[in-house]
Design a protein around this ligand. Structure first.
Ligand code: FEO
Ligand code: CA
Ligand code: CA
Ligand code: CA
Length: 642
């Protein structure tokens, strides 16, 4: 049986299926399908291929980690130092024995003493929200000044209408102030944190406290600055954008700045004038339509009306650099890093001093990117050019376990430099990069030249093209059709050089459910009943070279996801492949964002959108409004974590 043939047949047949039938097809059971041989071979190879699960002779993966030994749950020689926690569906945080947690800050916490505490009945106003911790915290980082003050910078990715406006009859905005409250809950929050009576909290009125809302002025820098596509009614020169929003993962630079990464920016643009808006190919590729996701911004702010200001959407989808140490600094939108649905930005200083930045584009069938600076980083030197002049590359993975970075240049794409930065997806399509299963966070091992990326899931794999019409064949690092569980790919730059054109790769883990499936959907050999999960998303290495894995997946705890419970955080050991569950979140939440205190005795973990469907009152309990929060996790003995 040829896997490619099967894919084609399925793609044709799938058009007529109901959802139930569809589910059956995407998870073929061995007795029902004729690709038993592939499954059998895959399973038989689980014992010695490290994280790799090879798919027969059709989509054979690179076999590069044969030194890995089989995984025992709770291996005695593990480097983890904690006992795994069980899956849970409780509406709380669960951490291992010997650890404790508390909430450090939540949506609506005031940054200044003249702002009222969060009001569960009204959920605040546009004015209070603009000076309080934003909603739906995601990526974050902690910076420490010379006097030891610790500054949290966190993305406030988006809002859930039913939570933001849950005090209204049907969970929708009624007034303009409702809309502006939601708008002001987006962006970034900077806040000094400190431990008071053993618990972390915001230092009200700290000079570092600051909100960056969707109205904050920012310099547009790099090749797209001043381009015709960047010019709007309010900014005819195309040099100053207002705001950043829908920032998902983050990055931090070695020179002490924060990188906010704009992801699903398209969902904020709408219009009542359907005839007045023309959706060209580029707008279609980026999903900018006349319909927003129900935020209503275009009703109160003309720049979000795509008929009135068709170029405003071209000014979002970038990476924004923020200086947390200077509260008066103006953020910079770094167009040189490209425009797509950015997940995070992992900055690596290469051995020769050049900067490599790894970046995922989180949409089904989109690409994995790398940026390489022209200039060289020197500690204390001028860094402004490093994210201005450089080259963007897109990854191409080969089935034999090798891969290459394809440079996006005027020659290779037929686009000029500015257009490559504005329509980066189209540039990557032009060079034939590999369509991926939704690249989420990328993280680089601090101890060796290896890089990991979470490919969260992709129900369209092998079934539908991406929005640009690129095929999404099953194979390589995307080995499962209608991939509902996700996987983590890793690669080793040739010669340990992060600027090299080539790399080797394999899969560290394929998530799955071995209690439901005995085929490839059961997961790779380092997945078992005690650590199974779906939809890896957040990834971060700690100082010891252990890989922290956060999930944003299906928390139904049923059928394909039976036994996996709420979203969670696990820790993986790159050397052995072992994965152990460290934390489980409350109901209907995603676990996303991780950062360490200066002394590394606290690890801060982000809990996003608890109760997004109405079944959580975390963290305040009772009948209280659920609130996205950052929790502080520590060991009872006060030792460092990670
Ligand atoms: Fe906002 Fe890709 O998750
Ligand atoms: Ca998120
Ligand atoms: Ca994410
Ligand atoms: Ca996700």
């Amino acid at each position: 049986m040829n896997f490619e043939t099967k894919t084609k047949l399925s793609a044709d047949a799938l058009n007529d299926l109901s959802f139930d039938e569809f589910d059956e097809v995407i998870n073929p059971k061995p007795e029902d399908s004729d690709f038993d041989a592939i499954v059998e071979e895959a399973i038989s190879r689980r014992g010695f291929l490290g994280g790799v699960l090879a798919m027969g002779g059709v989509a054979t993966l690179g076999v590069t980690s044969t030194s890995l030994t089989p995984i025992a749950a709770q291996a005695a020689d593990s480097r983890f130092g904690f006992k795994a926690v069980a899956a849970s569906v409780e509406d709380t945080i669960i951490v291992p024995e010997g650890y404790n947690w508390h909430v450090a800050t939540s949506w609506g916490d005031p940054l200044f003493s003249d702002v009222p505490e969060f009001d569960h009945a009204t959920r605040g106003t546009a004015a209070s929200q603009a000076r309080a911790f934003g909603d739906n915290n995601d990526g974050m980082a902690i910076f420490t000044d010379k006097d030891g003050h610790q500054i949290l910078v966190a993305n406030n990715e988006y809002t859930n209408r039913s939570v933001m406006w849950g005090n209204n009859p049907d969970g929708k905005f009624v007034t303009d102030d409702d809309i502006n409250k939601g708008k002001n809950a987006h962006g970034l929050t900077a806040a000094e944190l400190k431990e008071v009576d053993g618990k972390w909290q915001i230092v009200k009125d700290s000079p570092y406290n600051r909100r960056f809302t969707p109205d904050e002025p920012m310099d547009i820098t790099g090749p797209a600055r001043g381009h015709d596509l960047m010019k709007t009614n309010a900014d005819p020169d195309g040099v100053t954008a207002l705001g950043t929003f829908n920032n998902c993962g983050n990055g931090r630079t070695p020179w002490g700045t924060y990188l906010a990464c704009e992801e699903n920016f398209n969902g904020y643009f709408g219009t009542a004038d359907a005839d007045g808006y023309v959706q060209d190919d580029a707008k279609k590729r980026y999903g900018v339509s006349g319909n927003d996701r129900g935020y209503g911004w275009w009703k109160v702010d003309d720049r979000f009306d795509v008929a009135k200001d068709p170029n405003e959407s071209n000014r979002h989808g970038y990476i924004t650099e923020v200086d947390p140490y200077d509260p008066t600094s103006k953020p910079k939108k770094r167009t040189a890093l490209g425009r797509f649905k950015h997940e995070n930005a992992e900055v690596v200083v290469n051995a020769d001093g050049r900067i490599a930045i790894y970046m995922g584009d989180d949409e089904r069938g989109e690409f994995l990117y790398r940026y390489v600076s022209d200039g060289f980083y020197a500690e204390g030197g001028d860094t402004d050019d490093l994210m201005e002049n450089g080259t963007i590359y897109a990854a191409k993975f080969h089935a034999d376990g090798t891969g290459e970075w394809l440079a996006l240049t005027p020659d290779s794409t037929g686009m000029d430099k500015a257009m490559i930065c504005i329509h980066t997806r189209m540039a990557a399509s032009a060079v034939g990069a590999t369509t991926m299963d939704r690249p989420e966070w990328v993280t680089a091992n601090p101890l060796k030249a290896e890089v990991y990326c979470a490919l969260t899931n992709n129900k369209n794999r092998g079934i539908k093209t991406n929005a640009g019409g690129d095929e999404t064949p099953v194979g390589g690092p995307n080995p499962r059709e209608a991939n509902n569980y996700g996987q983590i790919v890793r690669w080793w730059p040739s010669n340990g050089d992060h600027t090299a054109d080539t790399f080797r790769w394999d899969l560290f883990v394929m998530a799955g459910n071995p209690t439901v499936h005995t085929d490839a959907y059961g997961g790779s050999r380092n997945v078992n009943e005690g650590n199974m999960f779906n939809s890896p998303d957040g990834l971060a290495f700690d100082n010891k070279g252990l890989l922290w894995i956060q999930t944003d997946g299906n928390y139904s705890n049923e059928e394909d996801f039976a036994g996996q419970g709420n979203n969670q955080m696990l820790i993986g050991d790159p050397a052995t492949g072992e994965i152990r569950r460290f934390l489980v979140g409350p109901r209907e939440a995603e676990i996303t964002g991780v950062a360490w205190s200066a002394d590394r005795r606290t690890v801060f973990v982000g809990v996003q959108h608890p109760g997004e469907r109405g079944d959580s009152h975390w963290p305040d309990g009772g009948d209280k409004t659920p609130r996205s929060s950052i929790v502080a996790v520590r060991r009872d003995d006060g030792a460092a974590i990670g």
